[in-house]
Every structure is written in C-alpha cells, then in structure tokens.
Design a protein around this ligand. Structure first.
Ligand code: NDP
Ligand code: 8X3
Length: 254
C-alpha cells in the first residue's frame, strides 16, 4: 500500500487530495494547523490508515519532529504533496503589509523547504519517491498585487526544477502543479477573512475546483515510475492573459 504525505490537508486542494488518494487506497499523513479539521478527516477516512499531525510548517523544529515521529506504517513515504501555502493581501508593493510578505515567505518558501529537506533523505535512500509541489500561475505570470505571493511561487517552481537536477539518478521524481483561479478558502485567507471580497473574486466565473486539482495531482502521481511530469499549468476556461498594460501620459492610465 502506498503512502502520501500531504501538507495543508485541512482545506481546499490538500483536503481534496486527501479524499481522492484515500478513495484510491493510499495511506495518508496529513498536516495542518487546525486540529479539529484533522480530527474530522481521521474520523471520515476510515478505509485506509491515516496519521494526522498538527504542524505549522513555518516552524522548522515542529516539522522535523513531525517527520521523526512518524508511526511505522508511514515511515516510508511514496509521495509528498507540498501544498500548504497562502496568499495574503492584494495591495501594490508600495502599500503592502510587510508582515503579510514575511508570512508568505515563511510558509510558501521556508515551510516547503523544511518539509522537503526532512523527508528527502529517506526517499533518496529508498531510491523511490515523488515530490509534488503546489506552485501557481502567479509564479510565471505577474499581475497587480501579486508581488510577494507570485515571487514565492516562482521560488517553488525553480526549487522543483533544481531538486530534479540534484535527484538525478536517484529515481525520486519532482513535479510542480501551477493552478490558476480556483475556489477554496484561498481568497478568504488572502483578504484576511473578508468573505464579500473573496466572493467577488469568483463572481460570474466558473473557477477550477479543489477536486479538479486533486485529480491532476493524482494523475501526475500514478504515471509509471520512469515518467516525470515536470510541470502542469492549468487555468479555468474563463481565465486567460490580458494585453500588456501601457501607461499613457495624460490618459486614464489604461
Ligand atoms: P486553502 O486556504 O483552502 O488551503 C490552504 C491549506 O494550507 C490549509 O489546509 C491550511 O491549513 C494550510 N496552511 C496554511 N498555512 C499553513 C502553515 N503555516 N502550516 C501548515 N499548514 C498551513 O487554499 P488552497 O487549497 O487553494 O491552497 C493550497 C495551495 O494551492 C497553496 O499553496 C496556494 O498558494 C496554492 N494555489 C491556490 C490557488 C487558488 O486559486 N486557490 C491557485 C494556485 C495555487 P491550516 O489553516 O489548518 O494550517
Ligand atoms: C493562486 C492563483 O491567480 O490568485 O495562486 O494568484 S492567483
């Protein structure tokens, strides 16, 4: 039986991945900060073995403890889904909150590095394993207010590519999934709990769903062992690119 380790499993993509992998018979290690949601998942996913850990990925010691104390059934991890992450704020850089920037760096970059570094040696020794990072279209395509969030996701993509280079010959696979507009708790978090602002993001659209993303993660994970999907960029049909913004003197700025 295979085992997936999913960070940020209490909501959105991570939760949908937990449910889909469990349906397909994978044992699970699930982490997040909200204990009651992890408890609910443990009670729901009873057909497979599930180990849940309250862990803030920003805390390096907590992450190492979580990995050091894995129960026997999940000491050997087949798949790490590096999903925990967040956007905070949508203000232009000159007005953005530095605390928000720091939290995004600590979570999306440093947290992802801590979990990866803690689990990687066992995968390399086993010459088997797969790391699937949750990047974003924001890592490749800048947009107003994306600033530090987009930069953290550019790190995630480049880190995945560089891991592949280091892991050459080990059999360990690395993939980066880069979703666009998707409805989850993402926007409520981005707007610090303002549900109206979050709802406005999705109004009149048909965004991607967490299940759409979980199905992609699953497909990437179950390719034959010699196949490495490097990156998957996915948007809802309602989303595409805009023309470059050209500032015109004396105009309205459009
Ligand atoms: P959600 O807000 O629904 O889920 C985020 C998950 O991350 C939660 O389970 C949360 O758990 C966890 N998390 C956040 N901070 C921490 C932390 N410090 N330690 C541990 N867990 C943490 O958002 P999504 O499911 O949409 O987002 C998942 C990933 O996908 C993120 O990396 C996001 O950047 C990325 N993404 C999202 C897109 C979207 O439009 N929704 C598009 C592209 C990428 P808890 O609060 O319990 O700790
Ligand atoms: C989330 C997608 O477009 O809000 O990563 O940055 S977007």
């Amino acid at each position: 039986m295979k085992t997936a380790f999913i960070t940020g499993a209490t909501s959105g993509f991570g939760l949908a991945c937990a449910e889909l992998f469990a349906e397909n018979g994978w044992n699970l290690v699930l982490c997040g900060r909200r204990q009651e949601r992890l408890q609910e998942l443990e009670e729901k996913l009873t057909d497979v073995q599930v180990h849940t850990v309250v862990c803030d990925v920003r805390d390096r010691l907590q992450v190492q403890k979580m990995v050091d104390e894995l129960p026997d059934f999940c000491k050997s991890i087949d798949l790490l889904v590096n999903n925990a992450g967040l956007a905070l704020g949508l203000k232009p850089a000159q007005e953005a909150d530095l605390d928000d920037w720091e939290t995004m760096v600590d979570t999306n970059i440093k947290g992802l590095m801590y979990v990866t570094r803690a689990l990687l040696p066992t995968m390399v020794t086993a010459k088997h394993g797969h790391i699937i990072n949750m990047g974003s279209v924001a890592g490749s395509w800048p947009y107003p207010g994306g600033n530090a969030y987009g930069a953290t996701k550019a790190f995630v993509e480049q880190f995945a590519n560089n891991l592949r280079a280091d892991l050459h010959g080990t059999g360990v696979r690395v993939s980066n999934i880069e979703p666009g507009l998707a409805e989850s708790e993402f926007s409520v978090v981005r707007f610090h709990g303002d549900q109206d602002k979050a709802d406005a993001v999705y109004k009149g659209t048909k965004p991607l769903t967490p299940v759409d993303i979980a199905e992609i993660v699953y497909w990437v994970a179950v390719r034959p062992a010699h196949v490495n999907i490097n990156r998957v960029e996915v948007m809802p049909v309602c989303q595409t690119w805009s023309p470059f913004a050209i500032y015109r003197e004396g105009g309205d700025g459009q």
